[in-house]
Design a protein around this ligand. Structure first.
Ligand code: TRP
Length: 335
């Protein structure tokens, strides 16, 4: 029955253009879930400002991201798509949860440590308490499942600790969320530095591929992808010793649906010279319809506005129910 569907929620920060990594690692798998789950997806613009952004760029990217989500197959009729800052309950619950997360546990977050090392001149409070806002994003919707990349699992764990602590004091207020890391395609690495994740914050010249990149650019990126330095020169899945090849195989597997074994057979005796452009071509064909649909949607601003307004309305309705409950529990006088 419609109302008994389980709830699922996820978000992505609009701090950069969508990479092939986030498409294969997350968004690609989101479309089909609408059949089974009541799905909420949002553009995490509140999270985006933990680092400095040009305001016009942030606005543009937020809208582009929405268009891309839809082009990636998220049907707005079947999913609730919204922009985080349009649903004020996120910031409000985020504040409350700040008071239920410990300095010690926030200090242990790997992402905080990494980010503060990278942005030594702007280690702001938001960067530190980011996981509390993320916990609020999640808990407002009482989801059963939260699909995230590997790097966000620790934040979902923290949200679980908050639930335990909060519910321990006030009773069953929040539902315990489960992180879910999709298997194939969960972690696409950088093409020239296969030890680090393909990130939207990587520079243009480094090994990342964007969903909106032109085919020629994509082909160039794959042709110069790092394979490995061993002498074997054969396409074999060995992430320990051949991380570059393993990453390309992972990408190829995700876009073609082939297994690693099938890929090994397909390129048996062919070497990397044939393998790299084949991966590039498969990626180009996979991204082409998405790029074209995104462009079409961006030319129809009125439609996109309609989508995010309706999304925010539905999301706030649900979020507000949780927030009112929380405000009552912690002792705020009702209005
Ligand atoms: N922190 C996530 C990221 O950097 C984005 C995010 C924000 C998110 N809030 C969330 C993901 C809630 C899942 C659920 O990718």
């Amino acid at each position: 029955m419609e109302n008994q569907k389980k709830v699922m929620l996820s978000g992505i920060k609009p701090t950069g253009d969508l990479t092939l990594g986030s498409y294969l690692g997350a968004i690609k798998n989101w479309a089909e879930r609408a059949e089974q789950y009541d799905c909420y997806y949002f553009m995490a613009d509140l999270h985006a400002i933990t680092v400095r952004n040009d305001p016009a760029t942030l606005r543009r990217r937020t809208l582009e991201q929405l268009a891309q989500y839809i082009a990636c197959g998220l049907n707005p009729e079947k999913n609730t798509l919204f922009i985080q800052s349009h649903v004020h309950q996120h910031a409000e619950l985020g504040w409350v949860l700040n008071c239920y997360a410990m300095f010690g546990e926030l200090s242990r977050m790997t992402q905080f440590k990494d980010k503060s090392a990278k942005n030594a001149d702007n280690i702001n409070g938001g960067l530190f308490t980011y996981p509390c806002l993320m916990a609020a994003d999640i808990l407002l919707y009482q989801p059963d499942v939260v699909p995230v990349g590997d790097d966000q699992k620790q934040h979902v764990e923290l949200a679980r600790n908050i639930v335990q602590r909060f519910n321990g004091v006030y009773g069953d207020v929040f539902k315990m969320p489960e992180p879910y890391v999709p298997k194939v395609g969960a972690r696409i690495m950088n093409l020239v530095d296969p030890k680090s994740k393909m990130s939207k914050s990587d520079d243009l010249d480094t090994g990342r591929v964007l969903v909106m990149d032109d085919p020629a650019v994509i082909m160039k990126q794959f042709k110069r992808a790092i394979t490995d330095s061993d002498t074997e020169k054969c396409v074999r899945y060995d992430p320990e010793n051949k991380p570059g090849v393993a990453n390309l195989m992972q990408i190829y597997a995700s876009v073609t649906g082939k297994s690693f074994e099938e890929i090994e057979k397909e390129f048996d005796g062919l070497g990397y010279g044939a393998f790299k452009p084949a991966v590039g071509e498969a990626v180009v064909e996979c991204l082409r319809p998405i790029r074209e649909e995104t462009r079409r949607l961006l030319d129809d601003k009125g439609y996109l506005e309609g989508v995010y307004r309706a999304g925010a309305e539905k999301a706030s309705y649900v979020a507000n129910k949780t927030l009112r409950k929380v405000y009552k529990k912690v002792g705020f006088l009702s209005q």
